[in-house]
Each structure stands twice: as structure tokens, then as C-alpha cells.
Ligand binder design. Structure first.
Ligand code: NAD
Length: 358
């Protein structure tokens, strides 16, 4: 940490973009539960306003919880975003920080439709940064991804590992990180920045009120596993059993979404007492789990069987990706605590209690 220590004696006001999405909704809850005043915006292209309603219902019974305010808004519309900030600041509300989750995230879709990914992810971020600069918001947290790393190298991936995204989605994340770096270098820009590179978030809040429910084609492994478990899909496809790993299947770093949410709160706390910082941090457990190990853990945690078959390798996949998570621990005093069993229990409970999502 550089610079001065700011003493914060009032609760922070935070704008969360993509707040009605999977990770955004869990983070909104974590912030509101800790007394932050949360303003969530989302275009709802992939999110659900019901997630915010459910969080507010859950929070009703919790001391210190601040009800989240939700606004439907597409960040690509600069004029609407500007109007939103004007109306908020007109009411004497000033944001202390912004967490920017909003974005499209499906790797395969980004290969088929790169323009939509560049347009949505990058234009929205540029619009947001222009506004954040003009309203002098001090802290900016960005959802980056482990897809920025060059996966041909061996794990663990530390923050200074080689970068080489292999799909348009990952390229947009790296491009945004570069924009943020340039903004941070620009001498008169008094803004604290954190780019958080997530590994593989799964699971759900323990209440089972919020969780992951993707719209359209499902790409993420955990929702697919849940669909096989409840009979919506006949079998789970394991892509490749001939990778150079301990059981031949791909290894990833799964992290409980609530651990991720806590890391965002801690990042905001850190930025709030910092001056001119530009952080890049991995958010993972530092532990690799193979696809077969994930299936076994899911079966054991929930006392059920998953039917799976092996398929060929997918283009662009990598054998083994997991984080070196030591820097986040050093800087934020944060580490992921929930284990794979907990991720499987919470994620499955969300699914069985909400088979059709929100
Ligand atoms: N889930 C993962 O595996 C993962 C891994 C690494 C990084 N990330 C990143 O984390 C962020 C959140 O991911 P998630 O899993 O919660 O995804 P999500 O799709 O559930 O949430 C993203 C939210 O952003 C909203 N959104 C998209 N474009 C918008 C726009 N132009 N204006 C306003 N809202 C918009 C969507 O409606 C959605 O609610 C994304 O930026 C994603 O790229 C996710």
C-alpha cells in the first residue's frame, strides 16, 4: 500500500455494475450486509432483477443491512449512464467506489461473435471510466479473468506470468486491463484501481436464494453438472481424458463465489485507504482440481451419481490452470476458505431449490 491513510467514518457508497449477475449479486449481498450503500446497475442481458429483490428480502432480517437500489441500464448507452450519474449526484450521493462486473463472458460465443464482445465489454468500460473520471470516483475494481494468461505455460500462474489470451473474450479483458494501466499512469488521475483475475467461481450463497442461472447456451461446468444431476441433461461430457494431468482430464482452480464476494469487499477496503494504487490480483484457491475430481466431489457431497462420458479435446482448452494466490493474501489479507465440498453442496442446494432459476 502506498500513500496516505484515509480514515473512513461513514459507510461507503458503491456502484456495482452487472450487480444482477452471478458474481455481482453475491458481492452486492456481501457489501450490503456489511453496511455499504449499494447501487446496482445491470442491463439484464444475462442477469435477473429478482436476485436483488431476494437479497433485499434476506437482508431485511439482518442488523446493519442496507437495502440495495437497483437500476436497469445498459452501460453502452453513454447518455443514459450520464443521466444516471447526474440524478444520483443531484441527490447529494457520491460514489466512493465502483465495482465493474458488467460484461459478456461466454468464451465460445465470443469466438462466434467477436464484435458483440468487443462492443459490449470495451465500449461499456470506456463509457464508465469517462464518467468515473469526471465525477472523481476514487476506487475502481474490474472483473478480469485467468483467461488472460498464456495457458501453454505450467501453473501456478502468478500475476506476472506471461499473458496471451486465445479468444476474443480474454482479449477484451486484457484490453481493459491495459486501458486501466494507462489511466493509472496518466499523471493527474487520482484513482485507485484493482484488476481482479478470477479463476473458476462456482457454488452459491448458503441461503440458496441466489446462485448461477445462465441465460442461453450454458458453457460453465457447474451449471451443466447440476443439469445432469437433476435429469435435465442425460450425461456430462468430459472433454479429453488424454491430457498430461494426473487423471488425464483438465485441471482448474474452483473458488466459492462467496469467497470471491468477500475478496471484493476487502479490495474496496484496501483501495479506500490507498493513494494512487494500481493492483492486479489473482482470485483463486491456488489448488487445482481435475474434472473427474470435481465430479467425484459433487457425487460425494450430495450423495448422488453423475453419468459422464469422455469426448475429444475442445479447441483452445488447456491442460492445467490454477492460481498462485499468495499476492491477494499478502495485499488484502484474504484467502479462500470454503472447500470443494462446500462449493458442491451450496451450488447443488441452489439448483434443487430453484430448478428454473429466478
Ligand atoms: N463466472 C466466471 O467464470 C468468470 C470468470 C472470470 C471472470 N468473470 C467476469 O466476472 C464478471 C461477472 O461474471 P458473472 O459470472 O457474474 O457473469 P454474469 O453474466 O452472471 O453477470 C454479468 C452481468 O453483466 C450484465 N451486463 C452485461 N453487459 C452489460 C452492459 N453493457 N450494461 C449493463 N450490464 C451488463 C449482465 O446482464 C449480467 O447480469 C464478468 O465481467 C465476467 O467476465 C467471470
Amino acid at each position: 500500500m502506498n500513500g496516505f491513510l484515509y480514515i473512513t467514518n461513514q459507510m461507503l457508497k458503491v456502484l456495482v455494475t452487472g450487480g444482477a449477475g452471478f458474481i455481482g449479486s453475491h458481492t452486492c449481498y456481501e457489501l450490503a450486509k456489511n453496511g455499504y450503500e449499494v447501487y446496482a446497475i445491470d442491463s439484464l442481458v444475462n442477469g435477473y432483477s429478482e436476485s436483488i429483490e431476494r437479497i433485499n428480502t434476506l437482508g431485511n432480517y439482518q442488523k446493519g443491512f442496507k437495502k440495495i437500489k437497483f437500476f436497469k441500464l445498459n452501460l453502452c448507452d453513454y447518455s443514459l449512464l450520464n443521466d444516471f450519474f447526474q440524478s444520483i449526484y443531484f441527490n447529494k450521493i457520491e460514489f466512493d467506489g465502483v465495482i465493474h462486473f458488467a460484461g459478456l463472458k461466454a468464451v465460445a460465443e465470443s469466438v462466434l461473435d467477436p464484435i458483440s464482445y468487443w462492443e459490449n465489454n470495451v465500449i461499456s468500460t470506456i463509457n464508465l471510466l469517462k464518467i468515473v473520471q469526471s465525477y472523481k470516483v476514487r476506487s475502481f475494481v474490474f472483473s478480469s479473468s485467468a483467461t488472460v494468461y498464456d495457458s501453454r505455460f505450467d501453473p501456478p500462474f502468478s500475476e506476472n506470468a506471461e499473458l496471451n489470451p486465445v479468444n476474443p473474450y480474454g482479449e477484451t479483458k486484457l484490453a481493459i486491463e491495459k486501458i486501466l494501466n494507462q489511466l493509472s499512469y496518466a499523471s493527474d488521475k487520482n484513482i485507485n484501481i484493482a484488476s481482479l483475475r478470477y479463476f473458476n467461481p462456482i457454488g452459491a450463497h448458503e441461503s440458496s436464494l441466489i446462485g448461477e442461472f445462465p441465460k442461453g447456451t450454458i458453457n460453465n461446468i457447474f451449471p451443466i453438472l447440476c443439469k445432469v444431476a437433476n435429469g435435465e441433461l442425460n450425461e456430462f461430457h468430459v472433454y479429453g481424458n488424454d491430457w498430461d494431468t494426473r487423471d488425464g482430464t483438465c485441471i482448474r482452480d474452483y473458488i466459492h463465489v462467496m469467497d470471491l464476494a468477500i475478496a471484493h469487499r476487502k479490495t474496496l477496503e484496501h483501495l479506500d485507504i490507498s493513494q494512487n494504487v494500481n493492483l492486479t490480483l489473482n482470485l483463486g484457491t491456488g489448488k487445482g482440481t481435475s474434472v473427474i475430481e470435481l465430479i467425484n466431489a459433487f457425487e460425494k457431497a450430495n450423495s448422488l451419481k453423475i453419468k459422464y462420458i469422455f469426448k475429444g479435446r475442445r479447441a483452445g482448452d488447456a491442460a492445467e490452470i490454477y492460481a498462485d494466490a499468495t499476492l491477494a493474501k499478502k495485499v488484502l489479507g484474504w484467502a479462500a476458505h470454503r472447500d470443494l465440498n462446500q462449493m458442491c453442496v451450496d451450488g447443488w442446494n441452489w439448483k434443487i431449490k430453484n430448478p428454473n432459476g429466478y
